[in-house]
Design a protein around this ligand. Structure first.
Ligand SMILES: *Cc1c(COP(=O)(O)O)cnc(C)c1O
Length: 356
């Protein structure tokens, strides 16, 4: 099996791929509804939430848009310190909202104090922030930001993109007071692309009632009505939901704490390798991602060239993303990837650095 050390789409376990080949059922049948329910209930454990988890036939960006459409009548603040946070801001703008950007240098975490100050001054209905910036390999201190925002502006909804980290790093939605946490299937969950999962708090659902023009497909109030009947308003991505249901069993069988520890150990190993080669991580110590490591290039490593070297070995890493495309490269360590895979990759990278 080829091994991809790229931050999505990632390798999917053969039995999970296989689960997609189950025969179709009518989506309003008892059998399918049981699977739909089982998958949504197990998903709640990943988000550490007692609230609902919606399953959409969409990618993660769809839920960035849904969050804006459901929770923002007018004003939203986007914290931006990476490419995907910037996208969420663009999404808000494209939906005609009054958007403000609170920018931090991409190699710096969001400051809870500065975010709280901005929220207090602006009278924002919602705040968007990315937990794990897949471009920079930086993990924002969401718990601290949420705590500061809650204290400064209790009514502001806290919307979190955890596309590349959910199930690889602990995000306690309810304990941290988050109003929406969204993710995609093709990253840390190690499923094929096409499914988006979004957990939504009760107070966010209340807020949605006052927002006009929520649209139809992504209207959470309509979704909720159907969810209570273990269904969705439009045809769900059934094959992906079969795969999700099995994958959640596999994830819960590994154990969430064990899964977080596995990701964190792989991150440390890659960081250690980079340091040994005098390569610098893009994100500062203390804020480094558990699922993807972004490393500054030096003259020795050129991502396309390294990938050409890795290809015959069935491996692949990722180049940089967006404005730091040329100056960084990324090693993802998420989903099915095990420490032994990382060791194999590092042996190959070692050969590459010595080949002169
Ligand atoms: C990949 C990614 C997205 C976009 O998700 P899609 O599923 O491709 O729409 C958004 N945010 C982050 C942090 C990502 O890594």
């Amino acid at each position: 099996m080829p091994r991809m050390f790229v931050p999505g789409p990632v390798d999917v376990a053969p039995e999970v791929l296989q689960a997609q080949t189950a025969p179709m059922l009518p989506h309003r049948s008892k059998e399918f509804e049981a699977t739909f329910r089982s998958a949504s209930e197990k998903a709640q454990q990943l988000f550490y939430t007692q609230y609902r988890v919606f399953l959409f036939a969409a990618s993660g960006t769809g839920l960035q848009e849904a969050a804006i459409r459901n929770f923002v009548s007018k004003r939203v603040l986007s914290v931006v310190n990476g490419a995907f946070a910037d996208r969420w801001h663009d999404v808000a703008e494209a939906n005609g909202k009054e958007t403000e950007k609170l920018s931090f240098d991409w190699d710096q975490p969001a400051s809870p104090e500065l975010v709280a100050d901005a929220v207090k001054r602006g009278g924002y209905e919602a705040l968007t922030i990315v937990h794990n910036e897949t471009s920079t390999g930086l993990q924002n201190p969401i718990k601290e930001v949420a705590e500061a925002v809650r204290a400064a502006s209790p009514d502001t909804l806290i919307l979190v993109d955890a596309v590349s980290s959910l199930s690889g790093a602990k995000i306690e939605m309810d304990a941290w007071g988050l109003d929406m946490v969204l993710t995609s299937s093709q990253k840390c969950l190690a499923l094929p692309p096409g499914l988006a999962l979004g957990a939504v708090s009760d107070r966010a659902m209340e807020k949605a009632k006052s927002v006009e023009n929520r649209g139809w497909y992504f209207d959470f109030l309509r979704m909720e009505k159907h969810r209570l009947k273990d269904s969705s308003p439009a045809t769900p991505a059934m094959s992906l939901i079969f795969a999700l249901d099995l994958q959640l069993d596999r994830i819960l069988a590994e154990g969430l704490e064990q899964r977080f520890a596995r990701h964190s150990a792989m991150a440390k190993r890659v960081q250690e390798w980079a340091s040994m080669h005098d390569l610098e991580m893009y994100a500062p110590e203390g804020y480094r991602s558990q699922t993807v490591t972004t490393i500054k290039n030096d003259d020795n490593i050129n991502a396309p060239d390294l990938n050409a070297f890795l290809k015959p070995k069935g491996m692949r890493i990722a180049g940089g993303y967006g404005p730091i495309k040329a100056s960084t490269f990324r090693v993802a360590h998420m989903g099915e990837t095990q420490m032994t895979d990382i060791e194999d990759l590092l042996v190959a990278m070692e050969e590459y650095t010595h080949k002169g």
